[in-house]
Write a new protein. Structure first.
Length: 264
């Protein structure tokens, strides 16, 4: 391979996901998945490419959840997932737009609370919250939109993620967060390096506002022909493995937004 000046890489890049919104007897919306891209592009040897793995957004504490951070590989930017809206008697909020949108919170009064929009080609919208029974929307995923709330006693699963076998086995990433019911525990943070949205708070006690949970961090995975020389800047955390005739690099963290990778 050293005689070739360029090669085609397959890559999967996922941004950090949004955190879930807080809620009490009015449930918070769940976080949207990080933007997801599975594509090919031509790598030119001796060229340096930008490389960033986005962090997940924090869960809301008497507030909406925070958006996740973008992931970058070369010219591709995956947009961080949208935070879930707050659920509150009179001050609920819409879900935020993002790679996939956050779910809308729930409240008393007229009108729905909107889920955030997703980014075309990267993810889908979050579900709407409702004023009818205090149900919140779930987070959008890379494969499907979040579900609209229908009442605070119903758990609403997040939008589906997308499966990839780039590492040699099928892994689903970028699933939207789940909007929890008023009496249901079991809420989880988005797992590291999945871009999965954070769940809304595990309410359980209707008189107490419970914080939402954090979204999962993103990941960048790419292939090179085995034998290609690859060098990373100092702030990159990565592993590699041989899969068939390729070497697959999995980048799980970057310490700054100025990290790079160079091929030779």
């Amino acid at each position: 391979m050293r005689g070739f000046l360029a090669f085609v890489t397959n890559f999967v890049a996922v941004a950090g996901a949004g955190g879930g919104g807080s809620g009490s007897n009015y449930v918070g919306g769940a976080g949207g998945a990080g933007g997801y891209v599975d594509d090919l592009f031509i790598i030119t040897k001796t060229t340096t490419y930008s490389l960033t793995v986005g962090a997940g957004g924090a869960g809301g504490s008497a507030s909406a959840g925070s958006n996740g951070s973008n992931s970058v590989f070369g010219a591709t930017t995956c947009i961080g997932g949208g935070g879930g809206g707050r659920g509150s008697f009179g001050s609920s909020t819409d879900g935020s737009l993002g790679g996939s949108g956050g779910g809308g919170g729930s409240r008393s009064g007229a009108g729905n609370i909107l889920g955030g929009a997703g980014t075309s080609g990267q993810g889908f919208a979050g579900g709407n919250g409702t004023t009818s029974g205090g149900g919140a929307g779930s987070g959008g995923g890379a494969g499907a939109a979040g579900l609209n709330g229908i009442g605070n006693q119903y758990v609403r699963a997040g939008g589906a993620g997308v499966a990839s076998s780039i590492t040699g086995s099928s892994v689903t990433r970028a699933t939207g967060g789940t909007a929890r019911a008023i009496t249901a525990g079991g809420a989880v943070v988005g797992a590291a390096n999945t871009g999965n949205g954070g769940d809304s708070g595990p309410v359980g006690v209707s008189s107490s506002e419970v914080s939402g949970l954090a979204g999962g961090s993103g990941v960048v995975i790419f292939t090179t022909p085995t034998g290609t020389s690859v060098s990373f800047s100092g702030g990159v955390t990565q592993t590699s493995a041989t899969v068939g005739s390729d070497t697959v690099y999995t980048v799980t963290a970057t310490s700054t937004t100025s990290e790079t990778v160079t091929f030779a």
